[in-house]
Design a protein around this ligand. Structure first.
Ligand code: SF4
Length: 243
């Protein structure tokens, strides 16, 4: 897949979705228990509308089409339920990719969450998303009202420039993840922003949090820490980002 920076994330989402979705099934490369949130049954997928300099799954997301294992929502939910049961876990998530690239991947996600909800209604699904598509099509969020779903929106920058440099997506799309946060709050869905703190001075993060509070969400920012894998350090250098 050819890619020039910065790119249009809507076009990229469409291209990627057509590679990672086939007849309701999505590409995954692993299912595992993970230690985050105190323990979460995790399906690792491929394919994202962004290509962040610090993405730990960068190489897979650069070229998602080389994977071959498509899983139906039933197959994904069955694996997650088995992992949760075996490891005494009460949370689920999809990691390594953007769960919501467009209509088809959204339907796949909702089917998984519906099955999990049917079997274990008290165990939430943590939707880890870059928020782009949910901000672009907020009507998608309506479905969450009927499910046990909490949303962590991973923000890539505190302004248009940092957003573009970090995510690789054109700066004019900066606001969409913020709109997603506002729409989630308006619908009373539990949601919060996350931000990679290593790129921004503390005062700028505080200022950004105030800006979010005034305009988009009352939730506190969860600060993430960079994992400096060698390829991440190289990507950061290539994009002239300062830590
Ligand atoms: S939004 Fe997440 S999955 Fe997508 S490229 Fe960025 S870090 Fe990776």
């Amino acid at each position: 897949m050819s890619l020039q920076f910065p790119f249009n994330p809507l076009e990229r989402a469409g291209e990627v979705e057509s590679q990672v979705m086939k007849e309701g099934k999505r590409l995954y490369y692993r299912f595992r228990p993970a230690k985050f949130y105190g323990g979460v049954a995790t399906g690792d997928a491929v394919g994202c509308s962004f290509l962040c300099a610090y993405c730990w799954n960068y190489k897979r997301n650069l070229n998602p089409g080389r994977y071959k294992d498509f899983y139906s929502p039933q197959e994904v939910a069955a694996r997650m339920l088995a992992i949760a049961q075996k490891n005494f876990l009460n949370l689920y998530r999809i990691s390594g990719a953007e769960p919501v690239l467009g209509d088809r991947s959204f339907e796949h996600l909702i089917e998984i969450v519906k099955i999990l909800f049917r079997y274990r209604p008290g165990s939430p699904f943590i939707l880890e998303t870059n928020g782009f598509f949910l901000g672009y099509k907020p009507e998608f969020i309506e479905m969450f009202k009927y499910l046990n779903i909490k949303v962590r929106v991973s923000l890539k920058g505190i302004d248009e420039i940092s957003f573009e440099n970090i995510s690789g997506a054109e700066k004019k799309y900066f606001e969409y993840p913020l709109i997603a946060l506002r729409e989630l709050e308006e619908r009373k869905i539990i949601a919060w922003p996350a931000l990679m703190g290593d790129f921004f001075p503390h005062e700028e993060v505080l200022g950004f949090e105030e800006f979010l509070k005034d305009n988009y969400t009352s939730a506190r920012i969860e600060i993430e820490n960079l994992k400096p894998f060698p390829f991440v350090v190289e990507n950061i250098k290539k994009r002239n980002l300062k830590l």
